[in-house]
Design a protein around this ligand. Structure first.
Ligand code: DGT
Ligand code: CA
Ligand code: CA
Length: 575
């Protein structure tokens, strides 16, 4: 059975949790957590990297010890380290960790203070009201735990888009190679580039004798066949991801693709339009009475209701049909429009490659420029730069810019926005940089008013260029902090500064709706990788997908500008 990055990441997270419960050295715990994050954020499967003879220690946060564990897991499916932990600790602790609201800290308290190590014990203690007295629990937490145990909802978990891609893309390749198959395409929320997907919807066209249905249900990653018929099947992969596959006729292909791409709200609105024209639309085609008038292509379906083809990312019934009718559909930004990247890290802080390696990787993607933006001193976990270290890096960048051909390095920083809105480095240093990317990395729980003021104050700083990951959320892990984004966007316009759409698969931050707001308010967005290694530039495609969902055009995106134009824009228009 092939082992995926996510499987290894789960094992590392469990090790980190159990080590934390054991009171192990926090650095050790963090090493496993960082490695899990790296694995989840890496576009390529480590088992493929290993098969190609690549050195895993090139990945951020992976030293020799962790690389050896990864190899062990890829080969055997498990690691002696976790097996040992399972022997040392009660076996059910890992089950407790799966209850929403119970992290390692709380499980540790349950275990050490109340000697609770099974779900059953936890349930009884919660019912008896014994949890609320534990430090860090309280009545609310107790009730939440009780509720979680009693409902034990079979977690209808959604998959982050980039993670779903790790499973969906090899499956598509596999199906394409089946005899008689002509088209294989992923529809549904995946095609609309939603940040998470509930399941994967695959459409296939094939010759009548093709064994594609059997091959689909026989795929070696399939854990369970939920249903299976002559033209459709649903399976669950080992990772828990559900896949719906439908075999459609070539003449129905466009109608099926439109139907299964959705969204449901968009489909309903299109069907209403059709009805007004005396037409009926379903997944087989467009009909007038019993006569089929369209359906082989998506374009023919839209044309039948008098519309141009609407890009999938817009199909949420958020005004796209109206815009299409008026001929006002946006010409959405494409990956190839990006001319550079304005947010990247190197070995100097928590990145994993040298400046030169990052520059070469950016150049090989056809980029004209790359900004090096390390963390600032306040972020000690990432070895943030002091003024002295930053000055040294600036010299190195000057030297590299003399040497390197075909790419220009920009001098930047990802400076912390302190709690009161000041920036974490002195003005005279910030003033020497080409751009200042600023970010909130602490005190996420300030009130809405204070968090908003904090960011507005930071933007007032004369050297502030770009607000990194403006919402601060981590998908499915950390809620965005509470801010008034409209005020921030309007302030950015007044101050002549910009917002980032961070393309890291766990961030995708700015949200699509705010991208659209920024666009409407005339604030440019920079789609940045936040790369911590040369491979992370791969993630830009997810940023572009999100930007497209936010109706962004090439003109709305800062880093589609060639270097000369960009430099002009980075000079603040209002000082
Ligand atoms: P997901 O999987 O939750 O991330 O979201 P989708 O949009 O992929 O939804 P899914 O997989 O349930 O269905 C795929 C598409 O099929 C959906 O976007 C639109 C279409 N569809 C499904 N059920 C209905 C329905 O009851 N009415 C209409 N008009 N379309 C539907
Ligand atoms: Ca779906
Ligand atoms: Ca589905």
């Amino acid at each position: 059975m092939p082992v995926h990055n996510a499987d290894i990441a789960d094992i590392f997270d469990e090790i980190a949790d159990l080590l934390e419960i054991e009171d192990a050295n926090p650095f050790r715990v963090r090493a496993y957590r960082n490695a899990a994050r790296t694995l989840r954020g890496t576009g390529r499967e480590v088992r493929t990297l290993l098969a190609q003879g690549e050195d895993l220690t090139r990945l951020p946060g992976i030293g020799h010890d962790l690389a050896a564990k990864i190899e062990e897991i890829v080969e055997t499916g498990h690691t002696a380290m976790l097996d040992k932990l399972h022997k040392r600790l009660p076996p059910d602790l890992s089950e407790l960790l799966k209850i929403p609201g119970l992290g390692p800290k709380r499980v540790k308290a349950l275990y050490h203070e109340l000697d609770i190590h099974t779900l059953e014990q936890l349930h009884r203690a919660a019912r008896d009201g014994r949890l609320r007295e534990l430090p860090g629990f309280g009545l609310k937490t107790e009730q939440r735990i009780l509720h979680a145990i009693e409902s034990r909802v079979g977690s209808s978990e959604r998959f982050k888009l980039a993670l779903a891609a790790q499973y969906a893309e090899p499956l598509v390749e596999y199906l394409r190679a089946v005899p008689g198959v002509s088209r294989v395409v992923i529809a549904g929320s995946y095609r609309r580039a939603r940040e998470t997907v509930g399941d994967i919807d695959i459409l296939v066209t094939a010759d009548s004798g093709s064994p594609v249905m059997q091959r689909f249900t026989g795929y070696d990653e399939v854990r369970e066949i939920v249903s299976r018929g002559p033209t459709r099947a649903t399976v669950i992969l080992r990772c828990g991801l559900q896949v719906d596959m439908r075999l459609v006729g070539e003449e129905n292909y466009g109608a099926a693709l439109h139907y299964f791409t959705g969204s449901k709200a968009h489909n309903i609105a299109i069907r209403t339009l059709a009805r007004q024209r005396g037409l009926k639309i379903n997944e087989y085609g467009v009909f007038r009475g019993s006569e089929r008038v369209a359906g082989a292509t998506e374009t023919s379906v839209f044309k039948s209701v008098g519309l141009p083809c609407i890009p999938p990312e817009l199909r949420e019934n958020r005004g796209e049909i109206e815009a299409a009718r008026k001929g006002l559909l946006p010409e959405l930004v494409k990956l190839a429009d990006l001319k550079g990247d304005l947010h990247a890290h190197t070995v100097a802080t928590d990145g994993h490659n040298s400046i030169e390696q990052m520059a070469q990787a950016a150049r090989s993607r056809g980029f004209e420029y790359l900004a090096i933006t390390e963390h600032s001193r306040r972020l000690t976990v990432a070895r943030g730069l002091t003024p002295e270290r930053l000055l040294k890096q600036m010299d190195e960048i000057d030297r590299l810019n003399e040497e390197l051909e075909g790419i220009t390095l920009l001098k930047g920083i990802e400076v912390d926005i302190l709690e009161d809105g000041r920036l974490d480095l002195p003005d005279d240093i910030l003033g020497q940089l080409d751009l200042v990317v600023a970010a909130v990395h602490s005190r996420f729980n300030l009130s809405r008013r204070r968090q908003t003021e904090r960011i507005l104050r930071a933007m007032d700083h004369p050297h502030f260029t770009l607000l990194a990951h403006p919402g601060g959320r981590l998908i499915q892990q950390r809620e965005p902090y509470d801010v008034d984004m409209l005020r921030i966007i309007r302030h950015a316009r007044r101050r002549g500064c910009f917002l980032e759409l961070n393309a890291h698969p766990e961030r995708l931050d700015l949200l699509d709706s705010y991208c659209r707001l920024a666009r409407d308010e005339g604030v440019l967005i920079s789609i940045n990788s936040d790369a911590h290694s040369t491979m992370d530039f791969d993630n830009l495609k997810y940023g572009v997908g999100q930007g497209r969902r936010g109706w962004l055009e090439k003109k709305d995106v800062l880093n589609t500008r060639p270097l000369g134009k960009l430099r002009g824009l980075l000079k603040r228009t209002m000082q």
